[in-house]
Design a protein around this ligand. Structure first.
Ligand code: B12
Length: 592
């Protein structure tokens, strides 16, 4: 750990011998049943509660429990009244708040800003509690803001800590596509006390332990703080290395600054720069402490070995997302891709963290041992599955842009390790199928032909999912994605392997419509190129200007991330629909 007393928490995490109850309590009544008169932490989430390590809040709950804390969950509280918060006495240490696994606006609205009528993270996939009325929405818009205000009203002196995707990606000045405006940091708008950004185990445990020892909460790695002018002055004097970013006022006055600032934040995140970042938000300053260190394999394994039930809380009923990930296993964190439209670098970071084969096999054996196991491990994955077990050959690389414009010579992949993992998991009794459903990088697949062959032969659910996203070289450069040639060559290799295996290799390409810089002509070229390669697309997405991505900054500013020159951006519904229409021609007949 870089900063001295910054974080004292060591792993392994102890399994809590008092865990007599399967799920953390979800109401004060359940807490009472455990004989609790008080408790330490209340975690509020915009999703139904699923006790599975693909759900961020579940990991935080189990990690704090393993530190001996009493943790209660408030899932999808009603937000037009205080009742659901009021049922709980104030927690002894803090109240943690998250919008859920996705940003609440991404979960609540389609790319075009339409209200979604499905929600995989809510009971029966239904976003509404009763009538279709804003107050009956199971997850309010900008959930971290709404829940902070409700928590503050009921627990006026309790420390409020934001965390999760929504908070992490809205920590600086950001764009909100539902309101189509630039907004100040969510930590300042929520008037919460601290924000845990990125993967939050370390910082959250550090906050809890400092509170138990009545120690100050300044300088915790992996957190952001909300400071007054005077506090900022004091911190600026004490900080060894500090960088001030363009303020909210300056960015709204000169939008081009938004792209420059986003590119700076991304570069510093990639380089793991240890300086403190400051950004004036108007009423307050946002201070970002250096990032928490990536997990070691031992720490990563310890987090995923906690006693998750891997199911939705019985009170939640049927949660589609819970079914989707029930028998999926996370094997890797971080992504070195840096695609413009993706926020992983800003959230999980560019350093690849891999779990040990032994721990992954143990988790799969636990899944296979369940009475309701259907014989299929649905995914061995993460952000990019085939970055598993890869590492950088040189220490301290300051670029960490390992796949662009081509695969860096210092990126070491371990084909044999992944092949052995697939063999070991497939050998577990009761396991009939082991699939890789997470994204796979094309250029890395071409570098690991034996692994590609094994995946095509045994480990892809019928089709191999790849994400070329586009075919126009200019758009691919703006997306920070590999060249179209990569797709052509991978296709040739897959078809050759298919012939060897005596079965056709089906590839299902994901493409992105209306990315900043893409015109109707580009959509026509994309449709033509996919047809020429004999590819149909299973599904495609309209570009969504979600918070915290470089593509969103290009969308807002209309500027090229590399040259700063003006680029065309399809913002209007009609323009976006025209591009979409061209790509719909690529969908399989029944999907049109
Ligand atoms: C795997 C994955 C998926 C999987 C599974 C998702 C799941 N877990 O339910 C699948 C393939 C289903 C999926 C689908 C989609 N995804 Co996705 N997905 C991811 C990915 C790669 C990893 C998510 C994950 O499993 N994380 C593991 C969990 C444990 O991490 P976490 O939630 O971040 O939790 C940690 C911290 O946030 C923090 N924390 C969490 N909660 C709390 C609470 C408190 C109080 C504190 C202090 C800390 C804290 O600590 C946790 C542990 O470290 C992320 C990329 C990323 N996260 O960087 C994209 C990502 C979440 N997906 C994204 C999107 C857009 C989608 C889709 C909408 C794409 C589409 N258009 O279809 C769909 C939506 C699906 C749906 N059903 O609605 C976006 C979300 C953008 C946004 N701003 O919301 C992301 C960020 C990628 C990107 N494009 O930038 N996705």
């Amino acid at each position: 750990m870089a900063l001295g007393r910054a974080c004292t928490h060591q792993f392994p995490l102890n399994h809590n011998p008092r865990a007599r109850f399967d799920f953390p309590p979800q109401s004060w009544e359940e807490c009472r049943k455990r004989g609790w008169r008080s408790y330490d932490v209340l975690l509020v989430t915009g999703d139904a509660y699923v006790d599975h390590p693909s759900f961020g809040v579940a990991i935080i709950a189990r990690a704090l429990e393993a530190d001996g804390l009493k943790v209660a969950i408030l899932a999808q509280p009603r937000h037009d009244r205080l009742d659901d918060f009021r049922q709980f006495p104030a927690p002894r240490l803090f109240c943690g708040i998250t919008g859920g696994n996705l940003d609440s606006i991404v979960a609540n609205y389609s790319a075009g800003g339409k209200v979604r009528d499905k929600d995989a993270y809510s009971p029966d996939g239904n976003p509404w509690r009763g009538e279709r009325d804003r107050k009956n929405r199971r997850r309010p818009d900008r959930a971290c803001l709404v829940y902070s205000h409700l928590a503050r009203a009921v627990f006026p002196t309790t420390l409020l800590v934001l965390g999760g995707i929504e908070a992490s990606l809205r920590r600086f000045v950001h764009y909100d596509y539902q309101q189509a405006i630039l907004r100040a940091s969510i930590l300042c708008d929520a008037k919460a006390d601290l924000l845990v950004y990125g993967m939050g185990e370390r910082a959250t445990r550090e906050i809890a332990s400092r509170l138990r020892e009545h120690l100050p909460l300044t300088g915790v790695v992996g957190t952001c703080e909300r400071l007054t002018e005077a506090e900022k002055e004091r911190r600026a004097e004490a900080a060894d290395g500090l960088l001030a970013l363009a303020s909210f006022a300056a960015i709204t006055a000169r939008p081009r600054l938004f792209l420059e600032t986003e590119l700076t934040i991304d570069r510093l995140a990639r380089q793991d720069d240890r300086r403190v970042l400051l950004q004036n938000q108007g009423s307050h300053w946002l201070l970002q402490n250096p990032a928490a260190a990536p997990l070691s394999t031992r720490e990563f394994d310890a987090i995923y070995a906690l006693p998750y039930t891997r199911r939705a809380h019985p009170a939640a009923g049927d949660i589609p997302a819970a079914r989707m990930i029930a028998d999926s296993v996370t094997i890797v964190r971080g992504c070195a891709g840096g695609c413009s439209f993706c926020a992983i670098t800003r959230h999980q970071g560019a350093v690849i963290q891999s779990r040990s084969r032994v721990a992954i096999v143990a988790e799969c054996a636990k899944i296979a041992g369940r009475a309701d196991f259907n014989g299929t491990i649905s995914d061995l994955g993460g952000p990019t599955a085939n970055l598993y077990a890869s590492r950088c050959a040189i220490r301290g690389c300051r670029r960490r842009d390992c796949l662009y414009p081509q695969v860096c010579k210092n990126l070491e992949t371990d084909e044999d390790e992944f092949l052995q993992l697939l063999r070991d998991v497939s050998a577990i009794s009761g396991v009939r199928h082991v699939f890789i459903s997470s994204g796979l990088r094309m250029e890395l697949l071409r570098k690991t032909p034996r692994l590609l062959r094994q995946i095509l032969d045994k480990h892809c659910p019928g089709v191999l999912k790849i994400a070329p996203e586009h075919s126009s070289e200019r758009v691919l450069r703006l997306m920070h994605k590999e060249k179209h040639e990569e797709l052509r060559q991978l296709l040739d290799l897959c078809r050759k392997i298919g012939r060897d295996l005596g079965k056709p290799a089906w590839l299902s390409p994901y493409v992105l419509s209306a990315h900043p810089g893409a015109t109707e002509e580009d959509a026509r070229i994309l449709a033509r190129d996919m047809k020429k390669l004999g590819l149909t697309v299973a599904a495609f997405q309209d570009f969504t200007p979600t918070p915290g991505t470089i593509a969103t900054a290009m969308y807002v500013t209309g500027l090229d991330r590399d040259s700063g020159q003006a680029i065309p951006v399809a913002r209007g519904a009609a323009e976006r629909m025209r591009q979409r229409k061209m790509l719909e021609a690529l969908l399989p007949k029944k999907g049109r």
